[in-house]
Design a protein around this ligand. Structure first.
Ligand code: G6P
Length: 547
């Protein structure tokens, strides 16, 4: 990053924002070409950011800022396997997991391609065997249910993708257990038969307490139903820590590895995607990878002005740093993407929720925003009130498919899209007091009532949103969409000048939890804890005593 030219562009953008006048409504009225100017597509995936408060100069300044941050250099370093995750001394090569037909990718002089392909082939063979019934349970019955036990990156990606690809799901049912709360595994196993259930223990480190505890519970459940020797046929594992997997007792031909150059939240493309592959089959899983690879190539080669991840990142950075919006809402008008907001929360917030720059200094601009969301139209009937009329401006990202998977229900899909478009129009246009009054008077309301109610029916408008529109949510498109978001996080992280690939912020709570367990259990005194923690522990014991 060239600090002085970055600071120069930053000031220029701040001045540009301060000098801006006029609303988006006016900008649309003045320029019939606004949509053409502020939208871009890559085959059947379109990004429209025309309903954001930007103009040609904004985009040109943002591009200069990206150049000052050496976005192209950092992008090249990532794809080349340079150790850009400096605090963990690791390369960042999740893109290699989906580059199945491309040239060899080397890391420290080693071709990682061969290893990637070997794992992909082993996963495919195992997935086929489970799907066909060849890899049956201990009593010879075909597997009907798989239970993935993992958390964070070892859960959210495959859980999100399994739901997204429901129309392609022709394998065993897939369940996901993540929480340490015993209720999660208990409720999941209720109704399942051990004879026909396969557990996949997914953990990059194979030390995560939630996953190891749930795995132990699952093992006992299988052993209780089918005896000690049944474990081999009912467990598989995915990890980078193959020695720890072996200790747990999972047979080596059911263990699928990955590498420290794949971050947990970037790992769905490799062995962590095994439950998805079993659910939808290797062919569809490959299409998912190919879609992501296509987006990688687009990100790597498309010129800035038409590069979708770059544009989405620039607009996101503009909203966060220059406009100072604290959050962004992701609203998929695609029910099957209902877990996308949760997935993006980890991808975005664990990557870019940082306060220290790459060189260890305090950041001088805000970094990653709060990311949250729910599918549309549900969100409309819950929290859109605040998005339209609340005191904070929260940019919204609308995500929608032109075509649904249910031709018989096309009228519902049309209604879905009409709602999606209506919302972004409403955020942009708003409704003035005069418009509110005129509407009410036209409906025959008494002028006194109009005076009283009209202010409540005003929408400030001028609230930004982007729309991501694609043809249909098939495996290939899902891959492109997720890779688009991954690279967007990379672009914003580069502009924030932070390391998007570590996650030290999750450690402190983990350490304290280990120390607090004996206190909660009553084996150690809470006296040395702060008064609140000690008081809460005391109250837990009190409530338990009254059971
Ligand atoms: O896959 P695992 O090693 O079990 O890790 C699971 C998750 O837990 C950690 O606390 C990290 O914050 C996540 O990045 C990770 O995805």
């Amino acid at each position: 990053m060239d600090q002085s030219s970055f600071q120069k562009q930053l000031s220029a953008l701040r001045d540009h924002r301060a000098a801006a006048s006029g609303s988006m409504r006016e900008a649309f009225a003045a320029d019939p070409q606004r949509f053409e100017k502020f939208s871009a597509s890559d085959s059947d995936l379109l990004l429209d950011w025309s309903k954001c408060a930007v103009d040609a100069q904004t985009m040109s300044l943002l591009e200069k800022l990206a150049a000052a941050a050496d976005l192209e250099g950092r992008r090249a370093a990532m794809f080349a396997g340079k150790k850009i995750n400096i605090t963990e001394d690791r390369a960042v090569l999740h893109t290699a997991l989906r580059n199945l037909n491309g040239k060899g990718i080397t890391l420290d002089g080693q071709d990682v391609k061969a290893e990637v392909l070997a794992v992909f082939d082993a996963m495919s063979a195992f997935a086929d065997a489970v799907r066909s019934g060849k890899a049956a349970g201990a009593t010879g019955k075909k597997i009907t249910d798989i239970v993935n036990i993992g958390i964070g990156g070892s859960d959210l990606g495959p859980a999100m993708a399994t739901l997204a690809l429901a129309p392609y799901h022709d394998g065993p049912r897939a369940h996901y257990v993540s929480n340490i709360d015993g209720a999660h595994i208990h409720d999941t196993l209720k109704g399942l038969s051990a004879e026909t259930t396969l557990f996949i223990i997914a953990s990059k480190t194979f030390t995560t307490v939630e996953t190891m505890t749930n795995a132990e519970t699952a093992r006992k459940w299988v052993q209780k139903a089918l005896g000690k020797d049944a474990v081999g046929k009912h467990f598989a594992a995915v990890s980078t820590a193959l020695d720890l997997v072996a200790k747990f007792g999972i047979e080596s031909d059911r263990v699928f590895g990955f590498w420290d150059w794949v971050g947990g939240r970037y790992s769905v493309w490799g062995a962590i995607g095994l439950p998805v592959m079993i659910a939808v089959g290797p062919k569809n899983f490959r299409a998912f990878l190919n879609g992501a690879h296509e987006m990688d190539e687009h990100f790597r080669t498309a010129p800035m002005a038409g590069n979708l991840p770059v544009l989405l990142g620039l607009v996101g950075w503009w909203h966060r740093v220059i406009c100072k919006y604290p959050a962004r809402a992701v609203i998929p008008y695609d029910q099957r993407l209902s877990r996308l907001p949760a997935y993006l929360q980890q991808l975005d917030m664990e990557s870019n929720g940082k306060s220290v720059t790459l060189d260890g200094n305090a950041v001088t601009t805000p970094t990653g925003p709060l990311v949250w969301g729910e599918p549309g139209t549900n969100g409309q009937h819950a929290f859109f009130q605040l998005l339209h009329q609340g005191t904070d401006v929260i940019p919204v990202e609308f995500i929608a498919a032109a075509i649904g998977h249910e031709p018989d229900l096309k009228h519902q899909h049309d209604l879905l899209l009409a709602n999606c478009l209506a919302q972004s129009e409403a955020f942009m246009k708003g409704r003035t007091l005069e418009e509110a009054r005129a509407q009410m008077l036209a409906k025959g309301m008494k002028p006194a009532d109009v005076d009283k109610i009209a202010p409540h029916r005003v929408f400030s408008g001028n609230r930004p949103s982007v729309t991501i529109l694609y043809r249909k949510l098939d495996p290939h498109m899902l891959g492109r969409l997720i890779a688009l978001y991954e690279h967007r996080v990379f672009v914003e992280g580069t502009l924030f000048n932070i390391n998007s690939f570590d996650q030290w912020g999750v450690e402190l709570g983990k350490e304290l939890a280990t120390g607090l367990l004996p206190v909660v259990e009553g084996k150690e005194s809470a006296a040395k804890r702060d008064a609140s923690t000690a008081g809460l522990v005391g109250h837990i014991h009190h409530l338990r005593g009254s059971e």
